[in-house]
Design a protein around this ligand. Structure first.
Ligand SMILES: Nc1ncnc2c1ncn2[C@@H]1O[C@H](COP(=O)(O)OP(=O)(O)OP(=O)(O)O)[C@@H](O)[C@H]1O
Length: 512
């Protein structure tokens, strides 16, 4: 960290002056003036598409601003990637940039002179170098693992170790906690506190209010590419942010659902895929079943088998008819809609329009009459979905790749929920979306259940689990270890069973 201590007494880490960024007619940044202080964590919050990622990319030299300028910690202007790197500005992006086929130690050490001789890594030195930077984030046992075999949370922590290995003075984090499990969040928070304690500057983009309130000293709220509010985090901040972010007052509570109906999905004897072992699971019409568990527990594996996205032994039936496990097509034909976890990789057709992404695969009477597609009806349906799921900008013809991360996610969710499926399997349905869209997605899942669908949602956040679901199953080591109505279980019990630990007797006697 000597680079940090070498800095002059100035309190300004980064100064952004009059920065605009245009993408054709879209003004992603419309004249941003903001300073990120040294020794301080600044949270940047705002609705999906408000310009947060664009601001981080401009500051870290990945994007040239259309006008305005950025000054780094030494007071020198940042004019591109190299000058940002020279200024010690390091970005950890939303989408991981690791080389999946390399080991963890190779990814952390890549490009570091301390670990190389010429263009080649010195294996022992590089491994030692990587181990130092991984400490406190992940156990040393992962050093030799091929990075693509790690779960998302661990990959994100490797990305963070690789960023710290670049000896940053300014650390820019774009949604770092979106994919982290609870341990990962704690490790990240500890690392950030240490780093700012030594004089570093941290800028963190996050949709999780918890990050802002627990971690940040300053907060910057962006709205439509402009700074809408900036100031210290105080006890009033939570209320202020929620008010500033919700475009309109909305009732986020799910609609009332009737009592659950008949069995819609029934799984039995599921075996395989890294120890998955579920004897029997039923999901009923009108209910939202939450799947909880630690990262790596098998919660996402179970969801993807139920959705036909991964083969396994055993059977899954929808209203009595089995479909072919491992065949999404067969599951879809049986009435299953799937919102996968890695949606930007597996679900977005980047070079297709927003409207094509929303309507892909739709063959129902709204869209088609006999052999003909109904173009006007298609446009209307796409416009309705854009409104309902708050996709921004409201442009059905825009390439999906040009949307912000949260808005791409709304496309995948909107597509799945518009099909009137019998079963909806949603893996982290609100990951990365803003507070307002989160409410819209919860309401859409609740209304699908109210109309008789069986909804299955993988929830890593307790808040979402308890707000959204009627029943919870907890998965540990590939097996269901708890299955309970949500009204009869406490957060402590869910946590304890996911960890395989026991609660003190007094708590076990009084669940809820
Ligand atoms: N390469 C691009 N081409 C065209 N428009 C873009 C491009 N990248 C971003 N935009 C647009 O710029 C605006 C700001 O996007 P940005 O990714 O900065 O938002 P964000 O606040 O990070 O959103 P999120 O919370 O969803 O990640 C959006 O309207 C987006 O559609």
């Amino acid at each position: 960290m000597s680079a940090l201590q070498d800095q002059s007494g100035s309190t300004a880490g980064v100064v952004v002056s009059g920065v605009t960024k245009l993408y054709g007619a879209t003004k992603a940044l419309a004249g941003v003036d903001v300073a990120f202080r040294r020794g301080v964590v600044t949270a940047v919050v705002g609705a999906n598409g408000s310009g947060k990622t664009t601001l981080l990319r401009v500051v870290s030299g990945l994007l040239d601003p259309s006008s305005g300028q950025v000054e780094g910690p030494s007071g020198r202007p940042v004019t591109g990637l190299t000058s940002a790197q020279d200024a010690g500005i390091v970005l950890v992006p939303q989408e991981p940039t690791l080389a999946g086929h390399l080991t963890v130690w190779q990814n952390v050490s890549l490009g570091r002179p301390e670990a190389a001789s010429g263009p080649f890594l010195r294996d022992r030195a590089a491994r030692r170098f990587a181990a130092e930077h991984l400490e406190g984030l992940l156990p040393a046992s992962v050093l030799d693992q091929v990075t693509s075999t790690l779960n998302k949370s661990s990959r994100q922590l490797v990305q963070l170790a690789a960023a710290m290995a670049r000896k940053p003075i300014v650390l820019m984090l774009d949604e770092p906690t979106a994919v982290l499990d609870e341990d990962g969040v704690l490790a990240l928070h500890a690392l950030i506190r240490r780093f700012v304690g030594e004089g570093g500057t941290v800028v963190i983009v996050s949709h999780r209010l918890r990050d802002v309130l627990e971690l940040a000293d300053d907060v910057v709220v962006l709205r439509n590419g402009l700074v809408n509010h900036t100031g210290p985090v105080t006890p009033q901040t939570e209320h202020q942010i929620v008010r500033l972010l919700s475009a309109e007052e909305r009732d986020n509570r799910p609609a009332h659902r009737p009592d659950r109906g008949h069995v819609v999905l029934e799984a039995s004897g599921l075996r395989g895929w890294r120890g998955l072992s579920v004897d029997h699971l039923q999901v009923y019409a009108g209910e939202i079943l939450g799947i909880a568990g630690q990262s790596g527990s098998g919660r996402s594996r179970l969801a993807s088998v139920l959705a036909g996205a991964h083969p396994a032994e055993g059977q899954v039936a929808v209203e009595g008819s089995t479909f072919k496990l491992g065949s999404i097509r067969s599951a879809q034909a049986a009435g299953v809609a799937y919102i996968p976890e890695d949606r930007q990789v597996t679900a977005i057709l980047g070079n297709q329009s927003v409207s094509a992404n929303l309507l892909v695969g739709r063959e129902d009477g709204v869209i088609r009459r006999g052999p003909f597609r109904r173009r006007a009806a298609e446009r209307q349906e796409a416009a309705d979905l854009i409104d309902r799921f708050e996709v921004r900008p409201r442009d059905p013809d825009r390439h999906a790749a040009l949307l912000s991360g949260g808005n791409q996610q709304k496309l995948v969710v909107g597509r799945a929920l518009s099909r009137k499926a019998k079963v909806i399997v949603a893996d982290e349905p609100t990951q990365g979306v803003d507070a307002s869209a989160r409410g819209a997605i919860h309401a859409a899942l609740a209304s699908a259940a109210a109309e008789g669908s069986a909804v299955i949602a993988v929830c890593s956040e307790f808040e979402e689990l308890f707000e959204l679901c009627d029943r919870v199953v907890v998965v540990r080591d590939g097996a269901v270890v708890l299955d309970r109505p949500i009204a009869q279980v406490s957060q402590d019990e869910v946590l304890a069973s996911s960890l395989g630990s026991h609660l003190p007797d007094s708590v076990e006697e009084n669940p809820s």
